[in-house]
Write a protein that binds this ligand. Sequence first.
Ligand SMILES: NC(=O)c1ccc[n+]([C@@H]2O[C@H](COP(=O)([O-])OP(=O)(O)OC[C@H]3O[C@@H](n4cnc5c(N)ncnc54)[C@H](OP(=O)(O)O)[C@@H]3O)[C@@H](O)[C@H]2O)c1
Length: 303
Amino acid sequence: MKQKETIFPIAIGTYGLGASRSESWTVDNREVIVNEQEMNALLYSYGNGQNYLETSYIYAGGQTMKFIAEFLKRVDRNKLFITVKIENFVEKREDIENQLDQYLKILGIEYADSILLHTPKVSKIPLEDSYGELQRLVEIGKSRNISASNLNIEQLKMITETLNINLFSFEGLYNLECKQNEDVGILDYCKKHNILFVNYQPFRRNRTANHNYPLLINLAEKYKKTQNQILLNYYVKEKNIIPITKANKPEHIKQNLAAFDFTMEQEDYQQLNEFRCEAFDKLEVDWLDNGGIPIYKFANQVE
Ligand SMILES: NC(=O)c1ccc[n+]([C@@H]2O[C@H](COP(=O)([O-])OP(=O)(O)OC[C@H]3O[C@@H](n4cnc5c(N)ncnc54)[C@H](OP(=O)(O)O)[C@@H]3O)[C@@H](O)[C@H]2O)c1
């Protein structure tokens, strides 16, 4: 079984792979057309050791998952840590197993390395029961671990301390401008309980760099790196978290892989720690996901 220490410091995001970016949540029956450039980019990430990959069957109407199935035919599946996401069609416990079975069938794999609920809201049954079902799926060998995503701190504590589940990872929003998961204690909690915090939207889909914040410009000049490399270095070396980014362009992947061959001075990490974005700080996360801005939509609220 893969240990947390063997996970490469940048995870492979798959949102939008296998098709042009699509916001469609409807899974369709189209065959995937493999774009070889995109495939080569993914193979390049894999060849350079990136081994944590997460996906969802709803990405690009199912095209992303079919694309990953093609990718898996070309690599050693055992070198990868594959996390699959349960989506919002859960009305009874069996729906979770049915979704996992579909993943295993379409991806052509015998087990998932980890399984998580995309958000607590994807399941209409109580969270305790959903996680109880995930435990059962681990017991019968269909998944090796359980992870979580987009929980609030109370839900995270309940799963860890009441259900006694040893989560492998927690996928949550964290980037220079959106530190809300840190503000409510989730980053610290994960660190204390040895749960890998995997931060999604680490570049806020490149909008952070497009702001040209003086701090990032100065650090990029000082260390002769790009703004995105400064961000990745900060997440990994200072925050000890695993950024998950989708990068299709070989030059982006190369830049991302070259983000760790330097260490910044502590005072520079400190400035990044102290950075706050007023536009985001004015907004409030709806941690119960009851009609306000849920954490998984938070990063897209500001340009
Ligand atoms: N659990 C959840 O709720 C959740 C939510 C959101 C996302 N996720 C996962 O997290 C992954 C990452 O999030 P994301 O894809 O939305 O956002 P992101 O990683 O912040 O941004 C991806 C964008 O950044 C570009 N990029 C990558 N490396 C770059 C570099 N070095 N320089 C300039 N641009 C660069 C990519 O361009 P190219 O592709 O053209 O290289 C792509 O357009 C997703 O793919 C998904 O797997 C999970």
